[in-house]
Design a protein around this ligand. Structure first.
Ligand code: ADP
Ligand code: MG
Length: 681
């Protein structure tokens, strides 16, 4: 059985088993689906003269002079010299003294590892090793050799040796699960051949076909899952009676009262939303638009139309301050319609809350705007027609489910995080997409510059100057991956340093993730009221916060952030009448880092930047390092638009015919194995 525990199948040590376990590899099936991350062409060894510090080097050469040293702290170090026809490099292993006996001298060995600076020298540190034997089978030294993700103590070589017999023995148990028409339509190879060839390719062509097939599978299953979700969203609302009629007169009247005309993009997405609202099933639409592109007015017009159909509307935002901002905007835009609009959040008193909830349940309130308080116990609506979620990626799937439980309202999610289309239809594929890709006229561009360290003081003087003219500044501290305690420490240090040594006469504020929400709100409110000149913050700085008087955004350690996130930070300024600036400080930059920083100077479109980052660094980086939940694709690429489209079309056809996959039970099993995907904080 493919589900057999590896412990019963593999002849190996407990240690190896637990290492596999830590990679999520527990069964025969798991290990056979543990795909190589790369392949080595035997002709592609790195020559010692070409060794690089930023990559794994795979070198073929010979060992001379291998010996053990015992340090006074009881560590055992094995040192030696490794030589190929271009030069020599020192090799160091820690705590593996047996290598001195095990590894042959003057015989070809393949070492693979990173170069480190240690003991004052450059050396190949803890490389994995593989002795080349003349008679050895293809698995190690054949032309295309699989390379697996390695962890300490679990080498590619080990995996190759274990996998070879397992593949031969167990492959026949893998059942084809793709419907035949899908295989035919896209000219895919069968599942068994794909798995076999992805580990031990017979030739280049088959390797490509194997990877194509497995990449398609991943994207196809994801699409099945999101499209099935979409189907559920609609069908579970049946019988559905919340068809919203167009109230064109009211809308026209409201548009006239605005100080501006809608952009073409705003008009287009409004049309998309209104078409949805007239359907016999609830809308589930994601509205994307850069900061300042005018999503709120679009939401307000949709809300007005729904209220004029005698339904209630709710707007949920991730923080109190954002919710408050929306509350004020909606009140202003809709002031002449004498609507009952209420606000509900953590700060609302119990008594007020009870009263508002009573009104929500009796239907006397038209619109409620608030935070998570809207999805707590005891909340209910008489007749909720539309739920709007702002910054939807800050909420999970559960929160949406709760909104759905309020009588399946139409749902409009909004986000200012630009997500390239390929990624959006993969992770948010259960929603329809609307994109505002045009800024209102007359928006100023924010001057963005990468500032060299030598000009740091100049930048600080500039800040001081601007503050004296009444403006305000944000300073964002670098992202620290290891822990947020370290991050908080570092931001506090920076804050103290800046307060004492750089801006002793100015009022500085400090914001970080360890503060309570009320404390954060208080600081943001003080900043908004210009009681704070310079706000020093970690990346927790709220999305969407509107401080028109802030004109300078300084970002430290910029290269550590995703471009979309840098762009978000930048969007905090340039929201008022004053010329605004974004200064990027960086650590040492790789070539890629330089390209990324240059893109910030060059492009003002968040979508463009997100696409660049998706290409350069992959999806995880678009949302910053901490936000995970993006599907962990092994074979497919989220930039592979063609395959994604193919997968979506095929999946759609199947869901149309068989939404519950009753006649496709193997597919149903497969998607049940996928974990829930969504982006979370
Ligand atoms: P976001 O998409 O970031 O939520 P907002 O809806 O808050 O953007 O809009 C930002 C600002 O732009 C608001 O002050 C809003 O009144 C204004 N605005 C919206 N649409 C237009 C437009 N078509 N022309 C001019 N200003 C607009
Ligand atoms: Mg907004």
């Amino acid at each position: 059985m493919l589900n057999s525990n590896l412990a019963n199948i593999l002849r190996t040590t407990k240690k190896h088993l637990s290492l596999l376990d830590s990679l999520g590899v527990k069964t025969v099936k798991d290990i056979l689906l543990y795909f190589p991350r790369d392949y080595n062409d035997a002709s592609q060894f790195t020559k010692i003269i070409d060794i690089r510090t930023d990559q794994i080097n795979v070198i073929r050469g010979q060992l001379t002079n291998l010996f053990n040293i015992h340090t006074k702290y009881g560590k055992k170090i094995t040192r030696g010299l490794f030589t190929d026809d271009t030069g020599s490099i020192e090799v160091i292993w820690f705590n593996q003294p047996h290598l001195v006996r095990m590894l042959p001298r003057k015989k070809d060995i393949i070492l693979s590892g990173k170069v480190k600076f240690a003991l004052g020298k450059i050396s190949l540190s803890n490389p994995s090793y593989e002795v080349v034997k003349d008679y050895e089978e293809q698995i190690h030294t054949g032309r295309i050799v699989p390379v697996y993700h390695e962890t300490e103590g679990l080498s590619s070589k080990w995996l190759r040796e274990k996998l070879k017999p397992l593949v031969d023995e167990w492959i026949s148990l893998f059942e084809e699960y793709l419907p035949e028409e899908v295989i035919k339509e896209h000219g895919l190879i069968d599942y068994q051949t794909a798995i076999k060839n992805v580990h031990f390719p017979e030739n280049d062509a088959l390797l490509l076909k194997a990877r194509d097939r497995l990449a398609f599978d991943e994207l196809f299953l994801l699409q099945l899952k999101v499209l099935q979700k979409k189907w559920h969203w609609r069908s579970e609302a049946e019988p559905f009676s919340k068809k919203i009629e167009m109230k064109n007169d009211v809308l026209k009247d409201c548009l006239k009262s605005l100080e501006f005309e809608l952009t073409n993009a705003q008009k287009r997405v409004l049309k998309e939303i209104f078409e949805d609202l007239q359907q016999p099933f609830p809308m589930s639409r994601l509205l994307q638009g850069d900061v300042g592109s005018g999503k709120t007015i679009v939401a307000a017009l949709a809300a007005l139309n729904v209220i004029k159909n005698s339904y209630q509307v709710t707007v949920m935002a991730p923080t109190e301050i954002l919710a408050k901002q929306h509350y004020q905007t909606f009140i202003k835009v809709l002031s002449k319609y004498s609507l009952n609009i209420q606000f509900i959040a953590g700060s609302t008193t119990k008594k007020q809350k009870e009263e508002i909830i009573r009104q929500m349940k009796t239907g006397t309130v038209d619109m409620v705007i608030g935070t998570h308080a809207l999805i707590q116990e005891g909340i209910g609506f008489k007749n909720l027609g539309l739920a709007i979620i702002d910054e939807q990626h800050r909420f999970g799937v559960k929160q949406r489910e709760i909104l759905k439980s309020y009588g399946s309202p139409h749902l409009l999610s909004m986000t200012a995080t630009p997500i390239p289309r390929t990624l959006a239809i993969t992770i948010y594929g259960d929603q329809d997409l609307s994109i505002i890709d045009e800024m209102p006229k007359g928006r100023q561009e924010i001057l963005t510059r990468v500032v060299p360290e030598s000009k740091r003081m100049e930048a600080y003087h500039w800040v001081e100057d601007q503050v004296k003219k009444g403006r305000q500044t944000f300073i964002i501290c670098p992202l620290i991956d290891e822990s947020d305690i370290l991050e908080v420490k570092s931001v506090m240090k920076e804050y103290t340093f800046l307060s004492e040594h750089i801006f002793p006469d100015l009022k500085l504020g400090l914001l970080h993730g360890r503060l309570k929400q009320e404390e954060k709100d208080k600081i943001m409110a003080d900043f908004k009221d210009n009681k704070i000149n310079i706000l020093v913050s970690t990346s927790v700085i709220e999305v969407g916060i509107d401080v028109p008087n802030a004109t300078i955004m300084i970002i430290e350690g910029s290269e550590r952030f995703g471009l979309a996130q840098l762009h978000q930070f930048r969007g905090r300024v340039g929201r008022g009448e004053h010329k605004s600036y974004c200064f990027l400080f960086t650590g040492a930059l790789s070539e890629e880092g330089t390209t990324r920083m240059k893109s910030m100077e060059k492009y003002s479109s968040g979508f463009k930047l997100a696409e660049i980052d998706l290409e350069l660094r992959g999806p995880g980086e678009i949302y910053g390092i901490r936000q995970s939940g993006i599907p962990d694709l092994k074979m497919a690429s989220l930039t592979d638009f063609k395959t994604i489209e193919k997968a979506r079309q095929s999946a759609q056809k199947i869901i149309d015919k068989d939404p519950l996959l009753k006649n496709n039970s193997k597919l149903a099993e497969k998607i049940a194995e996928l974990t829930e995907i969504y982006i979370q904080d």
